[in-house]
Design a protein around this ligand. Structure first.
Ligand SMILES: Cc1cc2nc3c(=O)[nH]c(=O)nc-3n(C[C@H](O)[C@H](O)[C@H](O)COP(=O)(O)O)c2cc1C
Length: 175
């Protein structure tokens, strides 16, 4: 039995949903705590053996708070089994959905200087009806130029849940 901590950095909740799925998978046989990045700042990370951080992209970036958290906790993260994954919509494309070819993972590794022992990338969700006017039309434009869906009356979930389950299975067996 291992003690896992799963931390999510989310704006619209989709990364939390993916983390919840990973948690449900790992809970069978392990102790698993799921916390927001904000709440994770208030606890002692040394109580956990394995730490997983999932974070989403907004306008080309992971959040500043994520980088701050990693900078502050780099040493303790490196003492543990540690995992990072990113959630973004370019990952809906096969040529951008692995840690080696997703541009946001490349950028993350350059900026954070933390080398997670395992890295994942999952396609997120475009949730037009819940976006404000500005975001809705910017995302619609980005979708248009990247040949994605542009009907703003709909939500589009691109996440491949079997890929999330396979990732969780690897975490269960190898970490
Ligand atoms: C305002 C906004 C900006 C976004 N910018 C990007 C982007 O630059 N690149 C990308 O691949 N996905 C982008 N996305 C897609 C999000 O990464 C995707 O919706 C993800 O599921 C959000 O996860 P969250 O709900 O955990 O924040 C953007 C989404 C929104 C709403």
């Amino acid at each position: 039995m291992s003690k896992f901590l799963i931390i999510y950095s989310t704006t619209d909740g989709h990364t939390k949903k993916i983390c919840q799925r990973i948690k449900n998978f790992l809970t069978d046989g392990n102790l698993v705590e799921l916390l927001s990045l904000e709440d994770a700042q208030k606890i002692d990370l040394s109580n956990f053996e394995k730490i997983i951080i999932g974070a989403s992209i907004r306008y080309g970036k992971h959040s500043k708070e994520l980088y701050k958290f990693i900078e502050l906790n780099k040493n303790i993260l490196n003492e543990k089994e540690n995992v990072f994954f990113s959630v973004n919509v370019v990952a809906r494309k096969p040529e951008k959905n692995t840690p080696d070819n997703n541009p946001y993972i490349t950028k993350f590794l350059k900026i954070s200087k933390w080398k997670p022992k395992k890295i994942g990338v999952f396609a997120g969700k475009v949730d037009y009806p819940n976006y404000n006017f500005f975001d809705k039309y910017i995302i619609k434009f980005i979708m248009f130029i990247t040949k994605g869906p542009t009907d703003t009356s709909q939500s589009y979930e691109f996440t491949d849940w079997s890929k999330v389950d396979d990732f969780s299975e690897e975490l269960k067996n190898n970490y």
